[in-house]
Design a protein around this ligand. Structure first.
Ligand code: ADP
Ligand code: ZN
Ligand code: ZN
Length: 728
């Protein structure tokens, strides 16, 4: 009897056995339909066996092995299994969740014969040649440009009217019919890359060092301030990897960054198939892109954290840009770090990984200092002097609506010179809270330990944590007083204040509220580049990797709010954020200026920022961490619990701590405490920190502990493990 072991998307870490008479050895990694309870589920075959621990009469039969897609390879599965073990999360769940949604569903997308390919004319055609209202035609052409060829099922999935749009593209000779679906991956004739600028000495050394080691695993930390030419180093190494007939995986922290890098990579490697993988794609695009990657058709893969799991048969290089960025860590479900998994994957596959940043995570920097990673430095901006960074003491200069007179004067100067200014504030909305001065009432969210943010434009109070919405009250709900006042500043309030102060200036606000649409952000970037904007007001989305050549002033409001925080990583994060924002000022030939409004202008963090000295700042933080026993000198895991009542969560954690203490004397187990965000969406949350100076001992402890926590008497709170937690 043939038995298959199947991984399913279920909360228990267990494989399920099924009878499957037609199973073949090469079915491992394929999807299969199996009965589960009263339903049918899609799973992945992880093993084939002759016997099962389940008695034959209870063993159910698998319904159908899905052989229409390429299977996950042993290499793909090895990474997924590692993630399951390391993060203590069910193997089936890890694997199923790594697949595009359409492959997790029962109704399997079919390849329908007939496919179409982009022609040379189509490649040369500009999307903007099509009228803006030809939405479907544009999307279809964009997809063709990504994938080069599409099968008719994929085309039909784009939109109901896609077949009509296809006819028009055929009529324009931008696409043509072809016989076979996926293009055979040609690895031998790689089209020439467009020549880049001649490298400077530091870049040249970095490229040589990496290219000398393309045939095995090594991890490189490419440390260089914004504009020091890191991207150029990636491109050169990618070129070498493509020429060796291999695929390159380029990870970026945010979807917002993909179009920019996408364009840059395409310009450098015309004719090389590039595919993106990120959560902004719709289900059909995800599937089409995934297939292109898996078939080897895509030679360069550009993606956000989820792309770390993409099946790459000929992987030759992984680049993690802005490696310190917190968005590489998934904050729910499988709480993985894509940066860390990228290093593991490179090791498993015997390929190099480049971690690039101006302000690497201290964990990464420490690995470079201690010689586990090779440190490559790009010490200078390519074609700009470093910005002048200065603090404005808010004790001397009282801000009005968050803006000090000196900052306003600096903005006025830029407007007069036709240069752009950026005002950075870490909060969106109008004001972080609404207050009644008569009785002290605050607009709190009734479901979270957070305040409702005032959004004046929509006349709403909004919870940024659970999404709760309420109309702005006319009078105080507690005392009836009619004078409710917004407290503090958000982007909208700063925008309003600037509009009043500079009525003729063109002001653009950029935050998550204003960039919601799929194409809005791109349109805004074009506006900025075309100098149709004088003042930008924005949150961190503006801080990341955007090249604004006409921007010469950055003003930072409210930096202190991040300076003092219970989280030991707060200084590291603030430094990264501020140097990233500062990096926006003055590229090309304009001298940049950065003005930080703070009540603590003497703080060492601001001093380090002024001298752009990450290394000594990092070393002093590392010394503190060593002294205090924080990562990277210890390894941590957080047991998180939530329940309708805080006491339930705390009691569960107390019991868990007791069990933990009996398992290993080597673990430091702290007391259970309420979570930083104690109430969230109506549930109360608490957590328990465990740490140890040995990663492997912590890992075996967690495995044993997790088994014990699953036992019945404890099951009153919902809990999860967070290994290497970043948020507390
Ligand atoms: P980073 O990724 O470190 O922020 P980039 O690689 O984007 O820096 O480089 C910043 C700018 O300098 C880009 O416009 C890039 O084209 C240009 N550049 C990079 N390397 C060189 C070089 N060796 N010579 C001239 N210009 C360069
Ligand atoms: Zn009141
Ligand atoms: Zn809420």
């Amino acid at each position: 009897m043939k038995i298959i072991r199947v991984g399913l998307d279920v909360p228990v870490d267990q494989l399920f056995d099924y009878r499957c008479d037609d199973a073949q050895d090469n079915d491992v990694g394929r999807r299969v339909l199996v009965p589960f309870g009263k339903k049918t589920q899609v799973g992945v075959i992880l093993g084939i066996a002759e016997t099962s621990a389940v008695p034959p009469q209870r063993l159910r039969a698998a319904q159908h092995v899905l052989r229409d897609e390429l299977p996950l390879t042993a290499d793909d599965l090895r990474l997924l299994k590692f993630a399951s073990t390391y993060y203590h999360y069910g193997c089936g769940a890890v694997i199923m969740n790594s697949l595009p949604v359409r492959l997790r569903r029962i109704t399997s997308p079919r390849h329908i014969p007939g496919s179409y390919a982009l022609t040379a004319a189509g490649e040369a055609a500009d999307l903007n040649q099509l009228p803006a209202r030809a939405v479907v035609k544009r999307r279809l052409l964009a997809l063709f440009k990504q994938q080069r060829s599409l099968d008719s099922a994929t085309i039909r999935a784009v939109a109901a009217s896609a077949p009509g749009a296809l006819k028009q593209l055929l009529a324009l000779s931008w696409v043509e019919p072809r016989d076979s679906a996926a293009p055979p991956s040609s690895t031998t004739d790689v089209p020439e890359a467009v020549a880049g600028p001649p490298l400077n000495l530091a870049q040249d050394e970095a490229v040589r060092a990496i290219c000398a080691r393309l045939d095995g695993f090594s991890a490189f930390l490419l440390l260089g301030i914004t504009g020091s030419g890191k991207t150029e180093v990636y491109l050169r190494v990618i070129d070498a990897v493509l020429r060796a007939g291999r695929q390159a995986l380029l990870l970026v922290p945010e979807i917002a960054l993909t179009p920019q890098l996408d364009a840059m990579v395409r310009d450098r490697f015309p004719g090389v198939a590039l595919t993106s993988l990120h959560s902004g794609l719709n289900e059909n695009e995800r599937l089409a892109h995934w297939r292109a990657v898996q078939s080897g058709g895509a030679r360069i893969v550009l993606g956000t954290r989820l792309a770390v799991f993409a099946p790459l048969p000929q992987l030759g290089l992984i680049v993690v840009d802005e490696e310190h960025d917190a968005s590489y860590k998934q904050m729910d479900g499988l709480r993985y770090s894509a940066r860390d998994l990228a290093v593991v994957r490179a090791q498993q596959r015997g390929v190099p990984v480049i971690l690039g940043s101006a302000t690497p995570a201290l964990e990464t920097y420490y690995n470079a200092e201690s010689g586990r990673y090779r440190l490559l430095e790009l010490p200078q901006r390519i074609n700009a002097a470093p910005p002048r960074i200065d603090c404005i003491s808010t004790r001397d200069q009282k801000p009005a609506d968050g803006l000090t007179p000196r900052l306003l004067a600096a903005i006025a100067e830029r407007i007069a010179r036709g240069e752009q200014s950026l005002v950075f504030i870490n909060r969106r909305g109008y004001a972080p809270v609404l207050m009644c001065h008569a009785c002290g009432w605050l607009s709190n969210c009734h479901r979270c330990s957070a305040q409702l943010v005032l959004h004046l434009r929509d006349r709403q109070l909004r919870c940024h944590h659970c999404g709760h919405l309420a109309p702005v009250p006319v009078t105080c709900p507690e005392c009836g007083n009619a004078e409710l006042a917004p407290l503090g500043q958000g982007t909208q309030r700063v925008e309003a204040a600037l509009t009043q102060r500079f009525p003729d200036a063109r002001i653009l606000r950029i935050d998550r509220d204003s960039t919601r649409g799929r194409h809005t952000w791109r349109a805004m970037r074009n506006q900025i580049h075309a100098r149709e904007v004088d003042i930008l007001v924005g949150t961190q989305i503006l801080a990341k990797g955007h090249d604004f050549p006409h921007l010469s002033l950055v003003g930072i409001l409210n930096a202190d709010s991040l300076l003092y925080s219970a989280d030991f990583r707060a200084p590291e994060r603030l430094f990264a954020l501020l140097s990233q924002v500062s990096g926006r000022a003055g590229r090309a030939d304009i001298q940049g200026e950065v003005l930080i409004q703070t009540a603590f202008p003497q703080h060492p963090l601001y001093a380090a920022l002024r001298s752009e000295d990450f290394a000594s700042f990092a070393r002093s933080l590392l010394a503190e961490r060593r002294q205090a026993g924080f990562p990277p000198f210890v390894y941590q895991a957080l047991l998180r619990a939530e329940a309708p009542k805080l006491e339930t969560a705390l009691a569960f954690l107390e019991a868990a701590a007791q069990i933990g203490k009996t398992l290993s004397p080597r673990m430091t187990i702290y007391d259970p405490v309420p979570a930083g965000m104690m109430r969230l969406a109506g549930r109360e949350r608490a957590q328990l920190l465990v740490q140890c100076d040995s990663r492997s001992e912590l890992q075996s402890f967690l495995a044993a502990w997790q088994g014990r926590l699953a036992e019945p008497p404890l099951r009153r709170a919902r809990w999860s493990l967070d290994v290497d937690p970043l948020a507390f």
